[in-house]
Write a protein that binds this ligand. Structure first.
Ligand code: CTP
Length: 132
C-alpha cells in the first residue's frame, strides 16, 4: 500500500487541479490532499480564496481519485503531515521544484509538471476583465 500526499489551495477548481490530482493518485494506492486553510492563504497572498475552505475541501473530496482530505493549517507542518498520514510519496507541482527535497529523509518527493496556461489567478483576472 503506497500512500501519496499532496497540498494546494484548489480555489476556483480547474483542469490543472484535476490533472495534478489524477497523476498524483496514479503514483500510489491512497491519495490524501492537504487543502490550505483560508487563514493560510490570507497570510501568503493578503487575500482570501474565492471559495471558502469547507467548499474547496468538499470539491476535492468529491473526486474519484481522492481518498482523504484535511485542512493544511501551516506551510511549516509538511513534515508533521507526512508522518501523520504515513506518506510514502510527497507530490508537488514543479513550480516548487527543489524546494521540498529536504523531506526526502522522510519519504519520496516527486514534482509533477504543471498544466500549461491555466491558473486560479489568471481565471480570476479574466473574469474581472470580462466584467469591466
Ligand atoms: N497545478 C497544476 N497546473 C496548473 C495549476 C495548478 O499542476 N496549471 C497544481 C499545483 O502545482 C498544485 C495544485 O495544482 O500542486 C494546486 O495548485 P493551486 O496553487 O491551488 O492552483 P493555482 O491555479 O496554481 O493557483 P494560483 O494561481 O492562485 O497560484
Amino acid at each position: 500500500m503506497t500512500n501519496v500526499l499532496t497540498f494546494g489551495t484548489f480555489d476556483v477548481f480547474h483542469i490543472g487541479h484535476v490533472n495534478m490530482l489524477v497523476r498524483a493518485a496514479d503514483l500510489g494506492d491512497h491519495l490524501t490532499v492537504g487543502v490550505s486553510s483560508d487563514a493560510l492563504n490570507f497570510s501568503k497572498k493578503q487575500r482570501y480564496p474565492v471559495y471558502r475552505e469547507e467548499h474547496r475541501m468538499a470539491i476535492v473530496k468529491s473526486l474519484a481519485c481522492v481518498d482523504e482530505v484535511f485542512v493544511e493549517e501551516s506551510l511549516e507542518l509538511k513534515g508533521e503531515y507526512i508522518k501523520k498520514f504515513n506518506a510514502d510519496v510527497l507530490v508537488m507541482g514543479d513550480d516548487w521544484a527543489g524546494k521540498f527535497d529536504h523531506y526526502r529523509e522522510l519519504c519520496e518527493v516527486v514534482y509533477l509538471p504543471r498544466t500549461a496556461e491555466v491558473s486560479t489567478t489568471d481565471i480570476i483576472q479574466s473574469i474581472k476583465e470580462q466584467l469591466d
